[in-house]
Design a protein around this ligand. Structure first.
Ligand code: C2O
Ligand code: CU
Ligand code: CU
Length: 449
């Protein structure tokens, strides 16, 4: 199996070429015609450090326009930075260049296309890759001693000829999912863990719409980082829900009997566009939904050798408490019907317009945003450039502080997040990370001045 290509920075510069093109790819033994970055699924892994400059010469060899977004990075949204308003026509090239601030947190980030209207199709086709920032968190002794693995979760749907299946109108409304679930472009790969050792898993949900409710059999997970980097201390969890766009880093202790342990994706109901929605038809019985009824195996973990027992870290990197907000905003999340247009997805009653500023914020201010989902499906809401903390869910305070850039808001829920707009002015976006919903309108523009 071909190992993923890695580009690391040298002397403060991450300098390389990236190409998007159509490629036949071996996807777990199946020959699939996909969209790939540099011919690989997943795309090359990028590794940088705080303070580094990225120079990425991007070539679009697709037959449709595309662009790049650096999901979760706190970098400029203007110029040739993380600017999602850029559009690279077929056959053309563009050099992205930006600097990662020297105080940027270490963490697991990723990159993918972001051209409104085509995002779901291009990500579902295979375009996405990891972007790792190595820093303070990676220097903690116990974390340094852990064995690192990347788990890039991505689903595909192929027909008999290995072609990507086009979604039905219903699948677009719900958010397209594929039945072929891959981890790093492989089907049910095996990872090894040493008895006594620590495993550090960096998990990314790079799927267009599929949620993952993860459990590793007989092993508690010690959450050490979320979307935006480190927690203050490890938090023990039994399972982990990752909606599209979300990341998590967990430690696993090699403390069980040697054997085979499955990484499971447990059933989860994210709602759907059935006639009645959630409720009237009962959970898991909605038309046009993708409710998964049985746990499925994503990967297996086996014990290899045994090493001197490694402890868990006690303390990680402190997560600061943000000051009280200067402004509180409310966003109502819903779907709707437009005469002739079919289903659309709405933020405060509006679909995306590139010619409208929906939210005007001030640099260096702290804001609370309240997302109220009055629809029938979960929406993982994502904000570019500035990370946030979840303050409360239906009025219940978050159990711990964590940096996030994507948060699931379920039907009937009100989620309050807090963010500080720091360092960068310019226009950027916030949207649902089920990319079919984003393409069908669930995105707004904010301008930071
Ligand atoms: Cu990963 Cu605007 O998205
Ligand atoms: Cu993003
Ligand atoms: Cu959505």
């Amino acid at each position: 199996i071909a190992k993923s290509q890695v580009y690391s920075s040298t002397d403060g510069l991450l300098d390389f070429d990236l190409e998007a093109s159509y490629r036949p790819v071996n996807l777990g033994g199946i020959r699939a015609d996909l969209l790939a970055y540099n011919g690989q699924i997943s795309g090359p892994r990028l590794e940088a450090k705080p303070g580094d400059t990225l120079r990425l010469r991007f070539t679009n060899n697709l037959t449709q326009p595309t662009n790049l977004h650096y999901h979760g990075l706190h970098v400029t949204p203007t110029g040739n930075g993380d600017n999602v308003f850029l559009e690279i026509p077929p056959g053309e090239a563009l050099t992205y260049e930006f600097t990662i601030p020297s105080n940027h947190p270490a963490g697991t980030f990723w990159y993918h296309p972001h051209l409104h209207g085509l995002v779901a199709e291009q990500i579902f086709g295979g375009l996405a890759g990891l972007f790792i920032v190595r820093g303070e968190l990676d220097e903690i002794t116990e974390i340094k001693a852990a064995k690192e693995e990347f788990l890039f979760l991505k689903d595909f749907e192929l027909d008999r000829n290995g072609q990507i299946v086009q979604p039905s109108p219903m699948a677009r409304m719900t958010g397209r999912e594929g039945s072929l679930v891959t981890v790093n472009g492989q089907i049910k790969p095996t990872f090894s863990i040493a008895t006594g050792g620590l495993l550090r898993l960096r998990l990314v949900n790079a799927s267009t719409s599929r949620f993952y409710r993860l459990e590793l059999e007989n092993h508690p997970l010690y959450l050490i980082a979320t979307d935006g980097g480190s927690l203050s201390e490890p938090v023990e969890v039994r399972e982990l829900l990752l909606s599209p766009g979300e990341r998590a880093e967990v430690l696993v202790r090699g403390e069980r009997e040697p054997g085979l342990y499955r990484l499971l994706n447990l059933p989860y109901d994210r709602g759907g566009m059935g006639m009645m929605g959630r409720g009237m038809m009962g959970r898991g019985m909605r038309g046009g939904s993708f409710t998964q009824r049985n746990p499925e195996t994503l990967a297996t973990f086996t014990y290899s050798d045994s090493i001197a027992s490694l402890p868990l870290p006690q303390k990680l990197i402190p997560v600061e408490a943000l000051p009280e907000p200067d402004t509180v905003r409310r966003f109502e999340i819903n779907h709707g019907m437009t005469p002739g247009m079919g289903m659309v997805f709405l933020i405060n009653g509006q679909t995306f317009s590139p010619n409208r500023i929906d939210t005007q914020v001030r640099l260096n201010s702290v804001e609370d945003w309240e997302f109220n989902n009055i629809g029938v499906m979960d929406h993982p809401l994502h904000i570019h450039v500035n990370n946030f903390q979840i303050i409360s869910r239906n009025g219940r305070a978050s159990p711990y502080r964590a940096w996030k850039d994507t948060v699931v808001v379920s039907p009937g829920e009100t989620v309050r997040i807090r963010t500080r707009f720091a360092d960068f002015t310019g226009k950027t976006v916030y949207h649902c990370h089920i990319f079919d919903h984003e393409d069908l309108g669930m995105m707004g523009i904010m301008e930071i001045t």
